[in-house]
Write a protein that binds this ligand. Sequence first.
Ligand SMILES: NC(=O)c1ccc[n+]([C@@H]2O[C@H](COP(=O)([O-])OP(=O)(O)OC[C@H]3O[C@@H](n4cnc5c(N)ncnc54)[C@H](O)[C@@H]3O)[C@@H](O)[C@H]2O)c1
Ligand SMILES: O=C(O)C(=O)C[C@]1(C(=O)O)C=C[C@@H](O)C=C1
Length: 305
Amino acid sequence: MAQVYDRVALIGLGLIASSMFWAIRRAGLAGEVTGYARSVETRDTAREIGLCDRVCDSAAEAVEGADLVVLCVPVGAMGAVAAEIAPALKPGATVSDVGSVKKAVIEAVAPHLPAGVHFVPAHPLAGTEHSGPRAGFAELFDNRWCLIVPVEGSDRDAVARVEALWQGMGAQTDEMDAEHHDLVLAVTSHAPHLIAYTMVGVADDLRRVTDSEVIKYSAAGFRDFTRIAASDPTMWRDVFLNNKEATLEILGRFTEELFALQRAIRTGDGDHLFAYFTRTRAIRRGIIEAGQDTDAPDFGRVKKG
Ligand SMILES: NC(=O)c1ccc[n+]([C@@H]2O[C@H](COP(=O)([O-])OP(=O)(O)OC[C@H]3O[C@@H](n4cnc5c(N)ncnc54)[C@H](O)[C@@H]3O)[C@@H](O)[C@H]2O)c1
Ligand SMILES: O=C(O)C(=O)C[C@]1(C(=O)O)C=C[C@@H](O)C=C1
């Protein structure tokens, strides 16, 4: 894969930024990658493990001369970081982000960007429960989707280059508008995370009753919940506070369905339960037929070829 940008700057050096660096390096997509993180400890770690070609001590220094700047900080910090880097951006540069929420991030970032700087928001649908500069790996985005969310008047060449970068990092790209993105992600990612958090919280509340049995006999379903519930608290606090409307809409529907299932269990309505589980099983089979790999570690990856 050919080089897409001369200089890329990554702001916030956690799981996503570090994975981007290793994936950019794997495919030779940039001449130089600079990086900045707020904490000295993270910058020191980055230098120690060779994360980024150059780790800078200020965000302004990192973005100076960069053709692409990617904001890889928690959703709630995007606006402040955009304000901080704005005066140092090169005219004609592109600013992108990887935030899990798009409408609120666009509203927070766009007003700070000077005229002549392009804004191309993006969201890779790939992650793990780990965070920080040591958590990244080059293969994270392989065969995953990356949603590109152009804003009004986005420059098509700038969009095409951001898409080329993500494709070079192994992802498949698609475009979506911000509102639709936030609703889709509320269903596929945000509400499921909240359900996992709740289930693990309930198990913890019952600890006195169940002693250590919850952990000892933890079946696969619950273990998956604990993995998800181990995700970064700052990141997920910001996701829910910034995708309020869509998440509340989905949670409303979820609780209605849950109450209906609860009632079916109480009243012994086996037909309702059977019909419901038959419908959900068909959805899973539909995903398999659509060509997605369902082996646990790769589930959700885009089928190649
Ligand atoms: N983890 C995932 O599964 C995942 C997947 C896709 C997208 N995202 C999104 O990517 C972004 C980064 O997530 P991550 O998982 O890499 O998080 P992370 O916690 O691993 O890294 C975030 C980094 O940002 C830094 N940071 C926080 N506030 C900052 C500030 N004000 N200024 C500068 N740096 C700051 C932190 O110190 C850390 O280095 C988030 O917006 C998240 O919603 C995460
Ligand atoms: O695999 C995981 O651990 C994730 O939670 C990744 C995951 C998700 O699939 O929900 C989480 C948040 C994102 O914005 C994108 C991906």
